[in-house]
Design a protein around this ligand. Structure first.
Ligand SMILES: *Cc1c(COP(=O)(O)O)cnc(C)c1O
Length: 244
């Protein structure tokens, strides 16, 4: 079992490297984030022991359940799920250093308040709905610049870049369009020169489309299935909690 994870990791690292070589990028520019929803702490630790250091969870409940067991191995935790305002306190409690899924002013406000109270800061990425699907979270591409300006006033939030899920499709060029759009938005935001806003990170690309994402400029790829195997719950369970 742990053998599988190690093998899969090697394979993913190879895929990342090949994709980088193909587009003349340095593989060190691309971070691998382990998407660990439904994966036990024990299995996550196998990946950590194999040298991985970054994981992302979608649910606070899972952050909490795995927290104690994962503590013994140094690592970083990002939050990649839908951000519910009543869970902010817990997200901070369980050591999340970056929230990749910020897409509502109200959540940014609540986050700022809580961070002031705890005298902390946190990294954030703005999630953009590049596929325009009803079912997906994220700000609309047309609103991304305005949204960034709105939340840039919250000094406890360190804006580091953008995140998107993109379209699930076997048609690579349709998927690529989503990633290109995220890159375009990044450039637009950079051109605005907004104080308190860095745009170094583009979190995009998953098990099925990481090569395309890397070709379009991804700095973080989020990989679950290709490392840990199929999940028993459909992803909609995580992505559409409160949406139809
Ligand atoms: C589950 C998940 C991933 C990883 O998806 P895989 O197809 O299993 O690699 C990436 N990003 C988010 C936001 C996820 O919820």
């Amino acid at each position: 079992m742990s053998n599988d994870i190690e093998q899969n990791l090697l394979h993913i690292l190879q895929r990342i490297e090949n994709a980088c070589l193909k587009c003349n990028r340095n593989p060190y520019e691309v971070k691998l984030l382990l998407a660990t929803k439904t994966v036990s702490a024990e299995r996550i630790k196998v990946a950590f022991r194999a040298g991985q250091t970054l994981m992302g969870e979608n649910r606070v409940q899972e952050l909490k359940e795995k927290f104690e067991e994962l503590k013994e191995i140094p690592h970083q935790k990002h939050f990649i799920g839908h951000l519910q305002t009543n869970k902010i306190k817990d997200i901070l409690r369980y050591g999340v250093t970056c929230i990749q899924s910020l897409d509502r002013l109200n959540a940014a406000e609540k986050l700022q308040q809580r961070l002031e109270f705890e005298n902390k800061t946190i990294d954030v990425l703005i999630q953009v709905n590049t596929s325009y699907e009803e079912s997906k979270f994220g700000v609309e591409p047309e609103n991304a610049v305005a949204f960034t300006k709105e939340i840039a006033i919250f000094d406890r939030l360190k804006i580091k870049g953008l995140m998107t899920i993109g379209l699930f499709s076997a048609e690579t060029e349709k998927v690529r369009k989503c990633f290109k759009l995220l890159k375009e938005i990044q450039h637009k935001i950079i051109a605005e020169n907004i104080p308190n806003v860095a745009m170094n990170e583009l979190s995009m690309g998953m098990s099925g489309d990481l090569e395309t994402a890397i070709e379009e400029g991804a700095t973080i790829v989020r990989v679950g299935t290709a490392i840990f195997g199929q999940r028993i719950y459909p992803d909609s369970y995580y992505w559409n909690e409160t949406k139809g």
